[in-house]
Design a binder for this molecule. Structure first.
Ligand SMILES: CC(=O)N[C@H]1[C@@H](OP(=O)(O)OP(=O)(O)OC[C@H]2O[C@@H](n3ccc(=O)[nH]c3=O)[C@H](O)[C@@H]2O)O[C@H](CO)[C@@H](O)[C@@H]1O
Length: 363
């Protein structure tokens, strides 16, 4: 199997979950991950010991510019290079999980008549998958809302493979390894795989409130945003209490998540699949900077099922954040109800569904 997904964690982790499930089911399988030279995948994938090749590719910019000519040239070159890799590796199937790089790889495979499939995580179809939908054999979607946006004869609901991975893990992670209390309710705050500026700024200010709380807080800033937040905290002499810990990134999220009592974060599709797989109550602050405002649509699907609260980025301030956090963290009954509602939305066999469908298109 060749798998390609790039750019951000939301596209990479579902791909890794598929690889893990395939190797569990058929340990003799050979797998190759094709990512981009720029995205998070070039850090994450090789560390997992998975064979990895990178292509140079970039996204379109909205304004007409020379940059977009370069984008087209890089895309064509990446298709050419993908064909060489595919010819060499001879995959039985090629799967794309989104991001520009998967556009080139899956398109190349379809032109070579290799069976192809894509996975769309979001409730609103992304640019790459919209383009690929005409060329692939099967389309798996993570949200039922996305089905009608694709050709009906090849599209099926499968949830998000990462959900199966996090739902099945036996975690013996302990908060004491972070210097926290193993018995206190724990709130995890993070702004998607890259962190989010406004969430970070407001959370940094909210630390003064969190210091006096009966619950504990794990605040994840995103790798590239860590230094500036720590400088802000130092410069403003914000005291960080024993019940608050600040990290740049969590690389073992599947072990951590089962020990989390509530999450404040963005509404990226892969995060929501994890949240509902485990039944974690959440406060969602959708990113307003994504295509067709898809994170708001992702978030509302949880909100209307009583699984989450929502705060728009415009309405986000310390008072709103801390009031909502206290409402959930200090009220076990409300938390348990949200937990149940969240769990009921989870799809916990997604990787199996996607692989079964992949087998059905093998030549
Ligand atoms: C700004 C942007 O384009 N966001 C998109 C991107 O988000 P993004 O990459 O942030 O995706 P998600 O929020 O869906 O997923 C983040 C993933 O990173 C993991 N994680 C996060 C932080 C951390 O410290 N460690 C860690 O492992 C999470 O557990 C999760 O698996 O892809 C998603 C899925 O297509 C889309 O819905 C989002 O709209």
């Amino acid at each position: 199997m060749i798998i390609s997904g790039g750019g951000t964690g939301g596209h990479i982790y579902p791909a890794l979950a598929l690889i893990e499930d395939l190797l569990k089911q058929e340990p003799q399988s050979e797998v190759l991950y094709i990512g981009s030279t720029r995205g998070l995948e070039k850090e994450i994938v090789p560390k997992k010991g998975i064979p990895f090749k990178a292509l140079k590719i970039q996204g379109f910019k909205r304004s007409l510019s020379l940059y977009n000519f370069e984008t087209v040239a890089l895309f064509l070159k990446s298709v050419h290079n993908s064909k060489k890799i595919i010819k060499d590796f001879k995959p039985d199937v090629v799967i794309g999980t989104g991001g520009y790089v998967s556009g080139a790889v899956v398109y190349a495979a379809s032109k070579m008549h290799v069976p192809t499939m894509i996975h769309e995580q979001n409730s609103v179809v992304g640019l790459t998958n919209r383009f690929l939908s005409k060329h692939v054999d099967k389309i798996a979607v993570g949200f039922k809302d996305a089905i009608k946006q694709f050709p009906a004869n090849k599209t099926f609901f499968a949830g998000n493979p990462r959900a199966q991975q996090v739902a099945n893990i036996q975690s013996d992670f302990k908060w004491s390894s972070y210097g926290l209390d193993d018995n206190k309710p724990t709130l995890l705050i993070f702004g998607g795989s890259q962190g989010a500026l406004k969430i970070n700024q407001v959370t940094a200010e909210a630390i003064k409130h969190f210091n006096g709380c009966d619950y504990q807080v794990v605040f994840v800033t995103g790798q590239k945003r860590y230094d500036s937040i720590m400088n802000y905290i130092d410069n403003n002499k914000i005291n960080v209490g024993n019940n608050v810990i600040i990290k740049d990134y969590i690389s073992n999220m599947p072990e951590i998540l089962p020990k989390v009592d509530a999450i404040i974060g963005r509404a990226g599709a892969t995060s929501l699949a994890e949240i509902t797989a485990l039944g974690i109550p959440s406060i969602l602050i959708p990113s307003p900077y994504v295509t067709a405002d898809h994170q708001t649509k992702n978030a509302l699907s949880l909100v209307k099922n009583g699984a989450a609260l929502i705060i728009t980025e415009n309405d986000l301030n310390v008072k709103r954040l801390t009031e909502n956090a206290d409402q959930i963290m200090n009220n076990k009954n409300e938390r348990m109800l949200m937990k149940e509602n969240s769990y009921n939305m989870g799809c916990r066999n997604s990787a199996d569904l996607v692989l079964d469908m992949a087998r059905s298109i093998l030549k």
